[in-house]
Design a protein around this ligand. Structure first.
Ligand code: SF4
Length: 398
């Protein structure tokens, strides 16, 4: 477990090297620090030309034959099968996420090896509260997202196109080596929707596993079954944003649908991968008793009481700057509704120092993990059990 002091020292070193604090957009100096000097890449006429030329063939797509066309190659139309959008693309077109492009009848990934954003976070920030607590997570994102959430807090990268920021190619081994260099036990795919870089993330996770580094995914869960199965084979933990239990909310606020997300959550729950769920509670849009109860009932019935559920506070951002932050009382209401439905580990998120940040033993009700912000101040857990009553606490602890 990395200490708070070591963690801050690492972060300060990275931030100083990159020329600023906060989320690090890959700068030349930062890339040199972690990956060595690979700035001598020969770019083409434009960065987009270079991206298209070097983009590997994507996984999860099929050629589409038009009714009056003799062969798929004739029209060179493809359908992406990576997420539930199922984009159909003519030659030269891209999907809704902007990251996958039909290039002469082949679907290519424009974001493979192009991490737009890198940071070292406490794993609690993801949030994972029941997965290797106190670990530093080497976190990365590319551009792009299949959704259009009006409240997105990372919209500068999720709604960016791959060519908006010029990033040198970084192979999977470069990410793994960088995580090793700073002694991060976990690599996290996060910030944008990592499904759009599924080829890159699964290749990184495979390499990381060989070096004893864990990999976790922070996702909206909108991917299809086959790519999720591949991810579950190589990942160790997944956090899914269940944004609401309302299809109308998904369609009107996120440009997506509810059903694929529920399907993904059930698939992960049945796999060996650790699962946590987050519900961002947005005032007036998904904070009614009816909506919260529907979500809680579904989780309790379909994935069981041991999956941690974080009710997190919304802050005005992107296209929803007109709404106020979520009242803490609303999050407390959701927390108590979940408790009374039998969910063992509900949390109040994005409210520093709230008692709902701690992990309580479901048996003796004592605090087994006490948190202050994203840091652990008290650990009453031994061998995955409550120190006071020896009750087993669900999670991955070592
Ligand atoms: S991953 Fe992108 S291209 Fe593929 S279906 Fe989803 S939005 Fe469309």
């Amino acid at each position: 477990m990395i200490s708070r002091r070591d963690f801050l020292a690492t972060l300060a070193k990275l931030a100083a090297t990159a020329g600023g604090a906060g989320m690090i957009l890959c700068s030349p100096s930062w890339q040199k620090f972690l990956f060595g000097d690979n700035s001598a890449l020969a770019f083409g006429d434009t960065y987009l030309d270079e991206l298209i030329r070097s983009a590997p063939k994507a996984r999860y797509w099929k050629p589409v034959t038009l009714k009056n066309s003799a062969s798929p190659q004739e029209g060179k139309i493809v359908q992406c099968l990576l997420c539930a959008n199922g984009c159909v693309m003519a030659n030269g077109q891209r999907g809704k996420c902007r990251t996958r492009m039909n290039v002469n009848g082949d679907l290519k990934s424009l974001v493979y090896g192009r991490p737009i954003s890198i940071h070292v976070d406490p794993i609690e920030k993801k949030p994972f509260y029941h997965y290797l607590p106190g670990s530093a997570a080497f976190s990365l994102a590319t551009a792009g997202c299949p959704l259009r959430c009006k409240f997105c807090q990372n919209w500068e990268i999720s709604q960016a196109s791959p060519e908006d920021n010029q990033i040198s190619y970084t192979p999977p081994v470069g990410i793994v080596n960088a995580a090793q260099t700073i002694k991060a036990p976990v690599i996290a795919f996060t910030y944008n929707e990592p499904t759009v870089f599924t080829e890159y993330l699964t290749d990184i996770a495979r390499d990381a596993k060989k070096q004893g580094i864990h990999s976790v995914l922070i996702s909206c869960g909108f991917m299809n079954e086959a790519p999720l199965a591949e991810m579950c084979n190589v990942l160790d933990g997944v956090k899914i944003d269940l944004k609401s239990y309302s299809d109308d909310f998904y369609r009107n606020v996120c440009g997506a649908q509810l059903r694929p997300v529920l399907r993904s959550i059930k698939q992960i729950a049945k796999s060996r991968v650790h699962l946590e769920i987050v519900n961002l509670v947005v005032p007036t849009l998904n904070d009614s008793d009816k909506m919260l109860q529907g979500l809680i009932d579904w989780i309790a019935g379909e994935v069981g009481p041991d999956v941690p559920v974080h009710f997190t506070r919304f802050h005005p951002d992107y296209q929803l700057r007109n709404l106020p932050p979520t009242p803490v009382a609303t999050l407390e209401r959701a927390y108590h509704m979940a408790m009374s439905k039998g969910i063992h580990y509900p949390y109040v998120g994005n409210v520093p120092d709230h008692p709902g940040n701690h992990t309580y033993c479901p048996n003796c009700k004592k605090i087994v993990i006490k948190r202050q912000g994203f840091f652990i101040t008290e650990m009453n857990l031994a061998g995955g059990r409550c120190k006071f009553c020896k009750h087993k606490i669900a999670g991955v602890w070592a």
